[in-house]
Design a protein around this ligand. Sequence first.
Ligand SMILES: [Zn+2]
Length: 221
Amino acid sequence: MSFWQKLTGREPKDPQRYPDSGARMTLLLGGAGPNADIVRASRRRVVVADLRRAPGVDLVADLERPLPFRDGAFDEVFSLEFIEHVPHPDLPRVLRECRRVLAPGGRWLSGCPDIEVLASWFALQCDCVDGWQADPKCRACGGKARISPSRWLKSVFGNQEDYGDRRRGDTHKNALWFGRLKQMLEEAGFGEVRRGNPETYYAPFKADSKLVVEARRGASV
Ligand SMILES: [Zn+2]
């Protein structure tokens, strides 16, 4: 069962695709996560790495050790809902490792919860929110709430469900916002850091609390 089917109970009529990045060889990190099927459908060759063994996962790796790929083996490193699971002291090292396996000019693209948005939504949480819609007649928030308290907690800290592996894969260990991620990427040797459009990578799911960032591996060593 695909991730899409799990969430919506059906497969989309036409397989959804992401814009062609031109990549010939893509490394997908956290490949058992959301939208993995769409990444596979949109790219020429995809190597899927994940923390846990799952259908479609080529490499089980925790990124505490270097990836078993030569320098410059990929021209794209792609991840959605991955970097917030990397402990914050480890992310600079993981970004340098992403840069190592990217060829010069290769693209790094990642989507994750945007803590800047979620922080602003803390004041806009209310029990009346069903799904993503506030009750317009709610006396507590006047219909202005954006998120329910339980969804806010899950968005910031992860689901923390017990998958029999001490929850290590489903807990958020980092909080990302554009300015911080840009600085870390530049320190890891990336350039041309810019925001991507979350709608492109999260639709049809609500994407306004998501951050998508793209960067290029510079040509210098
Ligand atoms: Zn309310």
